[in-house]
Design a protein around this ligand. Structure first.
Ligand code: AMP
Length: 437
């Protein structure tokens, strides 16, 4: 099947062929036709499946079909919500790329940067708005955005938006949108909360699921390297050096750990940068750009910061520490082996993490091969210690705790459901970095 046979207009086909895509991916093949027909869509797909083009291409075509923009004020006709700033920026870039031959305007708004230029762009009028929920609500409260003419709503990575505590923000935004609209809903996982939200939102949706829930991509080779905790950094430098890896994404559980590791690798002579929620937006963007351009060889990331990062053809992902939530493992290794490329995911696992590893293997329904590297075999006399004591995550139960519980533990208590708007903004001040505002 070709892009032509999907019935996309010439301007879109031209933009797609300039990207070098010869064939639609499965989510594009299955998702584009119903969206072009105007149906709602429930898409079970992770980043890396081509889902962004899967919703952007038909969205652009629908907007053109329902009336190319004329002169005068342009209402926002399509709204795309994403959980993180990085994902928002990437989706906005895709909208620009695929829409470059169409007379549609788009912009992206997220927190961590000045609101004033965003206000000016919105005043000038855009057809397509990509946004994170928090900053969008800031615009709503300042009356600088009008969502009453939205024809198409996209919720991208809805599961992650709920995990990050955006549910009330989303529900509030939904009340500002017209009842009659087309909704495209994407989620990699389907918890009860997700099912409830999608039931409320979608009318007779077309269902498209491409990678089964919690299955790790087949194109990713996975391996566990057992090692003592205190020798992990040495092993990582060894692996990077001996294999001469040029681009490695490394996962850490904590922001502090990510910073520390990036500094240590730098002092080993391996150019590294950390990306996490405590970094300014500018620093995050720069780290990602330097990584993509090859200036930085190792990008050390936390789970939230890495979610949705689109780094094409990323060959190596290293779990320097295993995640508390087993599903995060699947998301992490989904950063490699994308769009048909082979990838390799290595996990450096110390004795403290064996329970987490078991949880992951249960989830993905397979054993990951264990390979000791050189003289890095763990010292059998070292006994397991609890991880992150005092933060509610015991090694024995962490992998069994629901993602939601763990995320709530990470974030601290939520305000009660009837908390005032004021308390919402106060809560967000401290969390804005994490919550993609
Ligand atoms: P996404 O799942 O939207 O994050 O896309 C993952 C990657 O696949 C991006 O780097 C896209 O540029 C790429 N991609 C999207 N569609 C195609 C296609 N039809 N053929 C090859 N690569 C694609």
């Amino acid at each position: 099947m070709s892009f032509e046979s999907l019935g996309l207009r010439a301007e879109l086909l031209r933009a797609v062929s300039e990207q070098g895509y010869s064939e639609p991916t499965p989510i594009q093949k299955q998702g584009i036709p119903p969206v072009l027909e105007g149906r709602d869509l429930m898409g079970g797909a992770q980043t890396g499946t081509g889902k962004t083009a899967g919703f952007t291409l038909p969205l652009l075509q629908r907007l053109m079909a329902s009336g190319a923009p004329g002169k005068g004020r342009r209402p926002i006709r399509a709204l795309i919500l994403t959980p993180t700033r990085e994902l928002a920026a990437q989706v906005a870039e895709s909208v620009q790329t695929y829409g470059k031959y169409l007379p549609l305007r788009s912009t992206v708004i997220f927190g961590g940067v000045s609101i004033n230029p965003q206000k000016q762009t919105l005043r000038n009028g855009v057809d397509i708005l990509v946004a994170t929920p928090g900053r969008l609500l800031d615009h709503v409260s300042q009356d600088t955005v009008d969502l009453s003419k939205v024809e198409i709503l996209v919720l991208d990575e809805a599961d992650r938006m709920l995990d990050m505590g955006f549910i009330r923000d989303i529900r509030k935004l939904l009340t500002l949108l017209p009842k009659q609209k087309q909704t495209l809903f994407f989620s990699a996982t389907f918890s009860d909360d997700i099912k409830r939200l999608s039931n409320d939102l979608l009318k007779a949706p077309a269902l498209v699921e491409v990678a089964r829930r919690n299955t790790a991509a087949e194109s990713v080779t996975q391996v566990v390297h057992p090692v003592d905790k205190k020798r992990k950094r040495e092993l990582l430098s060894h692996l990077i050096g001996t294999n001469n890896w040029k681009q490695v994404l490394v996962f850490n559980r904590t922001k502090h750990g990510a910073n520390k590791l990036a500094k240590q690798l730098d002092s080993d002579g391996i150019n590294s940068a950390a990306i996490h929620g405590n970094k300014s937006q500018g620093a995050r963007t720069k780290a990602l750009a330097d990584f993509k351009s090859g200036k930085v060889r190792v990008l050390v990331a936390t789970d939230i910061a890495a979610r949705g990062l689109d780094i094409s053809q990323l060959p190596h992902v290293v779990n320097f520490e295993l995640p508390h939530v087993a599903e995060d493992y699947v998301h992490r290794i989904g950063r490699t082996g994308r769009a048909g490329n082979e990838g390799e995911a290595m996990s450096l696992v110390c004795v403290d993490e064996l329970d987490l590893l078991k949880g992951i293997e249960r989830l993905i329904k397979r054993d990951i091969p264990k390979v000791v590297v050189g003289d890095f075999a763990p010292d059998p006399s070292i006994k397991a210690e609890p991880i992150n004591k005092g933060r509610g995550s015991k090694p024995g139960n962490a992998s069994r705790g629901s993602r939601k519980q763990v995320m709530q533990q990470r974030r601290g208590a939520q305000p009660p459901p009837n908390a005032s708007k004021n308390s919402r903004s106060k809560r967000n001040v401290g969390q804005s970095h994490q919550r993609g505002r």
